[in-house]
Design a protein around this ligand. Structure first.
Ligand SMILES: Cc1cc2nc3c(=O)[nH]c(=O)nc-3n(C[C@H](O)[C@H](O)[C@H](O)COP(=O)(O)OP(=O)(O)OC[C@H]3O[C@@H](n4cnc5c(N)ncnc54)[C@H](O)[C@@H]3O)c2cc1C
Ligand SMILES: C=Cc1c2[nH]c(c1C)Cc1[nH]c(c(CCC(=O)O)c1C)Cc1[nH]c(c(C)c1CCC(=O)O)Cc1[nH]c(c(C)c1C=C)C2
Length: 480
């Protein structure tokens, strides 16, 4: 039987799911419903007329692992190889990482020498944390906070500084609330399998790593390994990826793409789903939801209350993103950027030195420095109040004050652009794994023709979301 599949949400997750569906003859019709006026979701690039490019969302993608190779396979299929901007592992943006602690920038230790000696802001060699790991007991719980896990295994200082920063730099979240099992599954699995992270890395954790058998790497994916890439972007910004996906889907003729089409309600009828939009309804045999969990919860019928309740428990945080452009070369150090622990500054999560990783996005023919300041996250309400009430002036001032204090940049920016991204990053709090288990059990037990995709569930990176989008499509129509 040929199916009609509706994909809800035109972010990178929904677009990827649709793209892989469109490769199969089993799906006679695909309808992609996007609530806003644009495709791409949080992939959102500002292309200034003078040629400069600024990123509101992701600015770079790591190439590592099965999920990294999978994304590059799709980049290659879309014909974007010539658009790639590549940051090698030798690039200073990859080698230099900084924490801002005690009013100073500290370079993260690298190599064996770096971990064998005491390197500020740490009060002891990181190697001693490795010794603690060898002796520390397994955690007694099925899940715990990242902070608790790292404190037990590697010591409180590493938890308070490095891991606190890492959780702010990835999830804009609080490591004292985030789940180690869901946010860093490899760490959790290493301890489960071998009691110790070090022993786990030495002898392997065995078992399923949670990702299906990946497709064979494309020539591009192999190239990324041979050339030792660290991360990549695209000449016209990360938004070029959803744009290419949209163009590819439009060419096929079997995909109807609707923007300005917010899904209001989903009802399961005898013949399948009835999807209510502001100006009509769409019917489909199967739905792939690539909406944020809370948006899906709002669309589900009251009869699915238990499912909606579980979906609503997946919290989100709001991030204020401020793009800044300065005259000349103003950075005191080259690197990817710096992160700030919550003990140092609750509101400012970190600063990305965009011009170091991707100078090609600078204004052509001019010497400028582009920076992005990320603020708020789990501390947004505490620091800025209600997202609706925060002014652009307020967040730009806060961002330039942080750049002045932390990087010693006294000049005013030539240009700035700020946005408050409401509910933009899901928070995998302790127990997220159980919520997912309950959600998937409900869908299976009630035989709902519904598949879930997107950052709310199995990973918040672009690579995770793209990998999930392909898996969802292939679970419906079979592999490539
Ligand atoms: C500031 C920021 C920086 C980031 N940096 C990185 C990075 O450096 N590296 C990295 O790997 N990842 C990064 N990410 C994460 C990554 O961008 C996201 O996880 C990913 O884009 C999420 O994709 P998605 O398709 O799951 O969701 P979304 O992008 O949220 O897409 C969901 C879509 O659904 C639409 N929608 C919502 N409700 C409805 C409705 N009722 N009906 C129809 N449509 C609806 C929305 O408009 C949206 O287009 C960053 C995220 C943010 C916010
Ligand atoms: C979902 C939101 C994400 C944000 N960034 C990433 C995601 C998935 C990608 C990412 N960012 C960092 C890492 C850690 C490991 C690494 O490879 O570096 C990953 C996978 C850390 C990070 N994030 C920011 C900076 C400056 C750094 C340090 C990087 C380094 O030193 O190499 C900027 C930043 N990006 C996001 C936030 C919330 C943020 C806050 C400052 C979103």
């Amino acid at each position: 039987m040929q199916k009609t599949v509706a994909v809800l949400g035109g972010g990178i997750g929904g677009l990827t799911a649709c793209y892989h569906l469109s490769k199969s003859p089993q799906v006679s019709k695909m309808v992609l419903l996007e609530g806003s006026g644009r495709l791409g979701g949080w992939l959102n690039s500002t292309r200034r007329e003078d040629g400069a490019v600024f990123e509101r969302g992701p600015r770079g993608v790591r190439h590592v692992g099965a999920v990294g190779r999978n994304t590059l396979n799709m980049v290659s299929e879309l014909g974007l190889e010539s658009e790639l901007l590549i940051v090698s592992q030798q690039n200073l943006a990859s080698k230099n990482r900084f924490l801002y602690v005690g009013g100073q920038l500290h370079a993260m230790p690298t190599g064996l020498g770096g971990v064998m000696r005491t390197t500020p802001p740490f009060s002891r060699p990181l190697a001693l944390s490795g010794l603690q790991d060898l002796l520390a007991p397994r955690g007694p719980e099925e899940d715990e906070t990242v902070h608790s896990f790292v404190t037990r295994r590697l010591g409180k200082e590493l938890a308070d500084l490095a891991v606190d920063c890492l959780c702010r730099g990835v999830f804009a979240g609080d490591c004292r609330a985030l789940s180690v099992r869901s946010c860093f599954p490899p760490l959790f699995n290493l301890e489960r399998a071998r009691r110790s992270l070090f022993l786990g890395m030495l002898f392997g954790a065995g078992g399923d790593t949670g990702t299906d058998v990946p497709p064979p790497p494309s020539a591009l994916a192999r190239r990324s390994q041979e050339e030792k890439w660290a991360q990549w972007s695209l000449r016209r910004g990360m938004q070029a990826l959803p744009e290419a996906l949209g163009e590819s889907l439009s060419r096929g003729g079997r995909v109807q793409i609707h923007t300005q089409a917010p899904v209001r309600r989903l009802e399961l009828r005898a013949g399948g789903w009835e999807i209510t939009l502001p100006d009509g309804t769409v019917t489909a045999d199967h739905v792939i939801s690539a909406l944020p969990a809370h948006a899906l919860a709002s669309a589900l019928p009251p009869t699915a209350q238990p499912l909606s309740d579980q979906l609503r428990q997946i919290a989100m945080v709001t991030v204020a993103v401020v793009n800044l452009e300065y005259e000349g070369s103003v950075l005191p150090v080259p690197g990817f950027g710096h992160l700030i622990p919550s003990s140092e500054d609750r509101g400012v999560l970190g600063v990305v030195y965009d011009s170091v990783a991707f100078p090609q996005h600078n204004r052509p023919g001019a010497s400028t420095t582009r920076l992005t300041v990320m603020m708020g996250g789990a501390w947004f309400q505490e620091v800025f109040g209600n997202a609706e009430d925060v002014t652009e002036r307020c967040i730009v001032d806060r961002a330039t004050q942080a750049v002045r204090a932390q990087l010693g940049v006294s000049a005013e920016p030539l240009w700035s652009s700020a946005a408050v991204l409401k509910d933009c990053i899901p928070q995998y709090h302790v127990g997220h794994w159980k919520r997912l288990e309950n959600i998937r059990h409900y869908i299976s037990h009630h035989n709902l023709p519904l598949t879930l995709v997107g950052a709310s569930y199995d990973g918040v990176s672009v690579n995770d979301v793209i990998f999930g989008g392909r898996k969802a499509a292939e679970s419906l129509v079979g592999g490539a």
